[in-house]
Design a protein around this ligand. Structure first.
Ligand code: TRP
Length: 334
C-alpha cells in the first residue's frame, strides 16, 4: 500500500538577480505556493549562485531582500514552508566542497549552461561558474528532497545532482535521497512579448519584451498592447502562431480557462480586444502581489524575523545531513 504517512519534501531555489518577471511567477513561484498544501517545501533565495556572475554588492543585498519579500508576497507562507537565504545556511558551501570531490571534471564540462554562460562572459569564466551545479546539488541533497520543481533549462543540473547522490550512496550507503524533477501540471512557459520564440527574460535589452511582477497596471497594459502577434485574425492555438499561443497560455494560466474556451470567447473579435483582456487579467493577478510586496518592504523587521527563522529551520535539517556526510567521509568529529 502507498505510504501516506510521510509528506514528500520539495526543494527549489531562485536567484536574486533583478526584477522577477511574469515568467518567473507563472512558470515557478505560483506553483511553489500551490505545492505548500501537499508537501514539506523548502525555498531558497540562492545568492551564492548569483555571484558566479559579477554583482554589485549593494544591488545584490537589495535584490536578495526584495526577492525574499517577493516570494512571500506571492504566497509562500513562512509558517508552512521553510523560506531562507542560501548564504545564511553555511552547510550549503560546506557540502558543496565535499560533493565537488565526487563530481568529475568531464561531467561539469558537459553542462550546457556552463558552455553558454562562459561564451557570454568570456572575461569571467570563474571556477564558481564551473562548479555551480555542485552547489545546486548540495542545496537539494541537504534537505533530502524527493522532488525539485525546475524549468527545462535546469534539467541537466538536476540529472547531475541525481548522479552525484547515487555515486555517493554507492560508496557509503544510503546517505542521500535521490531527487526527482517535478514538472508541475499548471506551469506555463512564458515567452518574450517581442520575440515569442524566446523565453521571457528579465535580462532582455528590450523592457517591452517582459512583464515585471511589480510593473504598474498601465505599463502592463501597454506592454501587452504592443505584443508581437501575426497577420491573421484568429485567436486560436496553432503551430506557427507563437505570439498568440504565448498570450493564450498566459491568459489560460491566469484565468484557468482552456484554449477552446479562450478561442470561443474571442471568436469574431480582433487581436486588440484579446491583448487588452490578457493585460487586464494579468493586472488583476499581480495587483495583490504588488500591494503585499509594498507592505512587506515597509516592515523590514518582520522580513528579518522571517528569514532568520527560515535559516534556523533550514540549518537544523541541513546540519544533520552534513554531519552524516562528514562521518561517512571520515572527517574526525569536533
Ligand atoms: N540554478 C537554478 C536556476 O538558475 C536555481 C537553483 C539553485 C535551484 N539551487 C537550486 C533550483 C536547487 C532548484 C533546486 O534557476
Amino acid at each position: 500500500m502507498e505510504n501516506t504517512a510521510r509528506k514528500k519534501i520539495i526543494f527549489s531555489g531562485i536567484q536574486p538577480t533583478g526584477i522577477m518577471t511574469l515568467g518567473n511567477y507563472l512558470g515557478a513561484i505560483k506553483n511553489w505556493t500551490l505545492l505548500q498544501e501537499e508537501y514539506h517545501c523548502c525555498y531558497s533565495i540562492v545568492n551564492q549562485h548569483a555571484i558566479t556572475v559579477r554583482q554589485d554588492p549593494k544591488a545584490l543585498r537589495e535584490n536578495t531582500l526584495a526577492a525574499y519579500a517577493l516570494i512571500l508576497a506571492c504566497g509562500i507562507d513562512p509558517e508552512k514552508s521553510i523560506a531562507f537565504i542560501q548564504s545564511h545556511v553555511s552547510a550549503h558551501a560546506e557540502l558543496s566542497w565535499a560533493l565537488s570531490c565526487y563530481t568529475q571534471f568531464g561531467e561539469l564540462s558537459r553542462m550546457t549552461q556552463f558552455k553558454d554562460k562562459s561564451a557570454k562572459h568570456p572575461e569571467n569564466v570563474n571556477a564558481g561558474l564551473f562548479t555551480y551545479p555542485v552547489l545546486m546539488a548540495a542545496d537539494i541533497l541537504l534537505y533530502q528532497a524527493d522532488l525539485v520543481p525546475v524549468g527545462i533549462d535546469q534539467k541537466q543540473h538536476l540529472e547531475l545532482a541525481r548522479n552525484i547522490a547515487q555515486r555517493f550512496n554507492g560508496i557509503y550507503g544510503n546517505v542521500f535521497t535521490v531527487p526527482d524533477g517535478y514538472i508541475p501540471k499548471a506551469a506555463a512557459k512564458v515567452m518574450s512579448l517581442q520575440d515569442p520564440t524566446k523565453k521571457m527574460s528579465k535580462s532582455d535589452d528590450n523592457p517591452k519584451s517582459f512583464i515585471g511582477i511589480l510593473d504598474q497596471p498601465s505599463t502592463i497594459i501597454k506592454k501587452f498592447k504592443s505584443a508581437v502577434t501575426d497577420s491573421e485574425t484568429c485567436v486560436c492555438y496553432r503551430e506557427g502562431k507563437d505570439g498568440i499561443n504565448n498570450l493564450m497560455s498566459i491568459y489560460s494560466a491566469v484565468t484557468g480557462k482552456d484554449y477552446d474556451a479562450i478561442a470561443a470567447e474571442f471568436e469574431g473579435k480582433g487581436y486588440g480586444d484579446f491583448k487588452v483582456a490578457v493585460g487586464e487579467a494579468v493586472v488583476e493577478e499581480l495587483r495583490p502581489i504588488r500591494e503585499r510586496y509594498e507592505q512587506l518592504m515597509q516592515d523590514k523587521a518582520y522580513l528579518e524575523s522571517c528569514y532568520r527563522a527560515g535559516a534556523e529551520k533550514a540549518s537544523s535539517i541541513a546540519g544533520r545531513t552534513l554531519e552524516k556526510v562528514y562521518k561517512k567521509i571520515g572527517f574526525l568529529p569536533k
